[in-house]
Design a protein around this ligand. Structure first.
Ligand code: MG
Length: 206
């Protein structure tokens, strides 16, 4: 078994009159987070942590803000793409730890709900998803929300002892790879509709 670690960060400014989306949930709050997409900085930081853990670039690599296609995009789409990259690399998530830094809303009262939703999106048990809230004391950033995420991955071992990477390397046909990925994530869907720019290259991993 091999392990990989990933780190994600994101920040967005609060803006009155738009919905606040955090961890894939709409939170009751008078201000939302401005952004090209739905502004879900928690899912953006998790996406970056997952992509970083398999050296697959970052969220901007797949979904550049310059592309009008991603305007107001549902950030769960970004997360699904990152999950596919992790699966293509032959890894699965062990656990993740998230810190949300914002003056309001308070995270503690909604932390359980956020953990439950993020665990559902990542196909994880809730005990493997930690979400903590901090207030930005002394940072003079009351109008900004910040997220830090660290994620641990472990290699997927097949019953015969081979790793998934070996399997996909022997079957580089995209349909075969899509089949493997579809078996690892819940919904089968057309990945060409997502932001992937290139097929996964196992040589990218050392
Ligand atoms: Mg963002």
């Amino acid at each position: 078994m091999s392990l990989r670690i990933g780190l994600g960060f994101d920040s967005h400014a609060f803006m009155p009159g738009i919905p606040l989306i955090l961890g894939g949930l709409k939170i009751d709050h008078p201000e939302g987070l401005a952004g090209h997409s739905d502004g879900d900085l928690l899912l953006h930081a998790i996406t970056d942590a997952l992509l970083g853990a398999v050296s697959a670039g970052d969220i901007g690599t797949f979904f550049p803000p310059s592309d009008a296609k991603w305007k107001n995009a549902d950030s769960t789409l970004f997360l699904r793409t990152a999950l596919e990259e992790v699966a293509l690399a032959g890894y699965k998530i062990v656990n993740l730890d998230c810190v949300l830094i914002m003056h309001r809303p308070k995270i503690v009262p909604i932390a359980a709900e956020l953990r439950e939703r993020v665990a559902e999106l990542l196909h994880l048990d809730m005990k493997n998803v930690s979400i903590k809230g901090k207030t930005p004391e002394g940072l003079a950033q009351d109008s900004t929300a910040v997220a830090h995420v660290v994620v641990l991955l472990e290699s997927i071992e097949l019953p015969n002892g081979d790793k998934l990477l070996a399997l996909t390397a022997d079957a580089p046909d995209q349909a075969d790879i899509d089949g493997v990925v579809s078996s690892l994530v819940d919904d089968a869907h057309d990945m060409t509709a997502l932001g992937r720019k290139r097929p996964f290259d196992p040589d990218d991993l050392t």
